[in-house]
Design a protein around this ligand. Structure first.
Ligand code: NAP
Length: 264
């Protein structure tokens, strides 16, 4: 069987890279999107090539595009279609945290627009474009046997408010609602949509607050007392990619060490 293709936004580093490598391990080809770090994207490509099973027909390519920009999203989709022809799995992973954390009473419009633009708006309109591409391609073609899927990487911040990063929490809550909306709309085409909610994961994003989280984890932030890894998230995406949830859509998969369990 020809290798399936995953388009992963923000796959050069961190969680996106972890997802790319885990998918490569099960024989997927990967379109590795990045914003500016070409070096990191090339490193991810190398790691995927190394992880791919011997003899697999998979291949890996890097694609620069700022997903908050309309022309970049259009170009990304065109380039991926030209290179691979089809997309089996879209992973909306690209995301940013506020450059500085400030109390919501002082949050700036500039930071709000940046986060909503990348984390929510970019993911929404890329998904819309990919969904329309799928719907057009699925009509009475052999691809009708394909079951394309979408995974949105949200965050525990989608439900756990942090008043010093309000715009981040709001953008992730938007991604949660987006999961349900597309799940509802696309089910008739056999396209299923999932939300993966990571907890505290060791990446560049959490680098500036490492000590704070170190302390919180040791004080019992979550029942599983360790940092999450990009591989933890990657393995959850693999379960979706392998169609392990055929009667589920709009589902939330928590990869957070149990952080979401309310207790007293
Ligand atoms: P990261 O290490 O900072 O990596 C961010 C990735 O997103 C990079 O590949 C970056 O590309 C890319 N990116 C940033 N802006 C982009 C844009 N405008 N267009 C396209 N790509 C863009 O972050 P991470 O921790 O892996 O986070 C990945 C996702 O998981 C984010 O959505 C984040 O909100 C979510 N998340 C993270 C955690 C955590 O604890 N780390 C927890 C929950 C959820 P370049 O390398 O080119 O800059």
């Amino acid at each position: 069987m020809a290798s399936q293709l995953a388009l992963i936004t923000g796959a050069s580093r961190g969680i996106g890279r972890g997802i790319a490598v885990e998918l490569a391990r099960i024989g997927f080809s990967v379109a590795i999107n990045y914003a500016g770090r070409r070096d990191a994207a090339l490193e991810c490509k190398k790691l995927c090539e190394k992880a791919a099973p011997r003899g697999a027909e998979s291949s890996f390519e890097i694609f620069q595009a700022d997903i908050s920009k309309t022309p970049d999203r259009a170009r990304l989709l065109t380039e991926v279609r030209e290179r691979f022809g089809w997309i089996d799995l879209l992973v909306n992973n690209a995301g940013v945290a506020p450059i500085v954390r400030v109390d919501l009473l002082k949050a700036s419009e500039e930071s709000f627009d940046r986060l909503m633009g990348i984390n929510a708006r970019g993911a929404f309109f890329l998904t819309q474009a990919v969904a329309n591409f799928w719907i057009a391609g699925l009509k009475g073609r052999e691809k009708a046997s394909a079951k394309p899927k979408i995974v949105n990487i949200s965050s525990i911040s989608a439900f756990a408010p942090g008043p010093t990063r309000a715009e981040y929490c709001m953008s992730k809550a938007a991604l949660s609602m987006m999961t349900q909306l597309f799940a509802l709309r696309l089910a008739e085409y056999g396209i299923h949509v999932y939300e993966i909610r990571p907890g505290v994961i060791a990446t560049d994003m959490t680098g500036p607050v490492r000590q704070k989280y170190e302390r919180l984890i040791s004080e019992g932030l979550a029942p599983i007392a360790r940092w999450g890894t990009p591989e933890d998230v990657g393995r959850a995406v693999v379960a979706v990619a392998e169609d392990r949830f055929p009667f589920s859509t709009g589902e939330v998969i928590n990869v957070d060490g149990g952080f979401h369990i309310r207790h007293f």
